[in-house]
Design a protein around this ligand. Structure first.
Ligand SMILES: *Cc1c(COP(=O)(O)O)cnc(C)c1O
Length: 373
């Protein structure tokens, strides 16, 4: 039965992972690959592993289960564990990000039960106000490090911090150095070696790009960089990576193509006829009169992927609007002859990719031809 398709280019994703791994290693930074946008997709995780990254991270334990069941690799749980699923966390994640002593104790107890040692990245909040012990509560940080060190089922993988998530706080030299100094002080005071300083997500890459990466920060958790080949703070494409040729502000990529079938094709006015009220989402609208234009009705809608996150592959096609199950595009200027049953393709941005990988109404396909560069 019909579904619009999402085609993921695995060889290019693998290439990007390889470029990223090598470039960051040159800067003394070890990485783990964040696979969460793909919602536990085994194929994308495998591509990234083939690129040379050896830890796959997800936000949800049910997605880590998919990865662990299919692949032989280390796994990391990004979202702090839920107390009610500790046995599965220990079973499917080798590493997890943490900040609550109660959770740490439960993880240790369960790890002992399962005969494992669970690795912990203790999160420090340097200002972005999502997860982590607040940077100013130094004593709490020390206590948590000592706790992890003392619990029999746990080991310290590193200390971590995160930016540009809730609070939009940018990774800077200042907050990077402050983070490093906290870790140094904790090490000196406790005598406990902290092997990794996990300094952020793909937005932190801008410091490497600019050549101002604070020395000593030696770990990152990255997805968006190898997925899109974009430096996200100044918003520019990175030449070494496969990326889009659309304006960088669209933040889309041809590695993720959504294709939907044309179900109606005709010429209609650009302004509706009749008294205007609200649309399917109770919004009022205004319409510019551009005369009669050729248009296509596509079989996908807001229930699948919102148009705000889709960029037509063909620049001559513009998106007119969307309801729950339909998308309307203007094809008046399109040079390619189109007929009912043909498909129209869109590059997706991160939010569009997230939706396409999450909803039941989109079918995933994969480009697997590794010879075709
Ligand atoms: C999502 C996430 C990342 C990676 O984010 P990208 O933008 O994909 O690089 C890193 N750390 C945590 C805690 C996350 O939740």
């Amino acid at each position: 039965m019909y579904k619009p398709t999402l085609t993921i280019d695995l060889p290019k994703l693998r290439d990007n992972a390889r470029v990223e791994k090598e470039e960051l290693l040159k800067n003394g930074v070890e990485i783990l690959a964040v696979n969460k946008v793909f919602n536990g997709c085994v194929e994308t995780a495998r591509a990234v592993l083939e690129g040379g990254i050896d830890v796959i991270a997800e936000s949800r334990v049910y997605n880590l289960k998919k990865i662990k069941d299919a692949l032989d690799c280390k796994t990391c749980l990004l979202r702090s564990p839920v107390l009610s699923e500790i046995p599965d966390v220990v079973k499917y994640a080798d590493i997890s990000l943490n900040s609550e002593p109660a959770v740490l104790r439960a993880l240790s107890e369960e790890a002992v039960k399962q005969g494992k040692t669970h690795a912990v990245i203790l999160m420090i909040d340097m200002g972005d106000l999502r997860e982590g012990i607040w940077f100013d509560k130094y004593d709490e940080i020390v206590e948590a490090v000592k706790l992890i060190d003392s619990l029999p089922g746990l080991e310290i993988y590193g200390l971590g911090t995160n930016f540009n998530c809730y609070g939009t706080v940018m990774p800077t030299v200042k907050n990077g150095v402050d983070f490093r100094e906290i870790v140094k002080k904790v090490e000196a005071e406790t005598g406990i070696k902290i092997p990794r300083l996990s300094a952020g997500n793909c937005t932190s890459y801008h410091l490497i790009d600019k050549g101002i990466w604070p020395e000593g920060l030696n770990h990152m958790r990255i997805g968006g960089l190898h997925e899109y080949g974009i430096e996200y703070v100044d918003m520019h494409y990175l030449d070494q990576y496969h990326h889009s040729t659309k304006p960088v502000g669209k933040a889309c990529s041809p590695l993720y193509m959504l294709r939907a079938e044309i179900i109606e094709l005709n010429s209609k006015p650009t302004v509706p006829v009749g008294e205007l009220g609200v649309d399917a989402f109770l919004q009022t609208k205004t319409f510019e009169d551009r005369g009669i234009r050729r248009r296509a009705l596509l079989a996908f809608g807001r229930q699948d992927v919102p148009i705000e996150n889709c960029v037509p592959e063909d620049d001559s096609i513009t998106i007119l609007g969307q309801t729950s199950d339909h998308t309307l595009v203007d094809i008046e200027d399109c040079k390619t002859p189109l007929k009912v049953g043909d498909t129209i393709a869109f590059e997706l941005d991160y939010t569009g990719l997230l939706a396409a990988c999450t909803v039941d109404g989109v079918e995933k396909r994969f480009i697997t031809d590794y010879s075709n560069k």
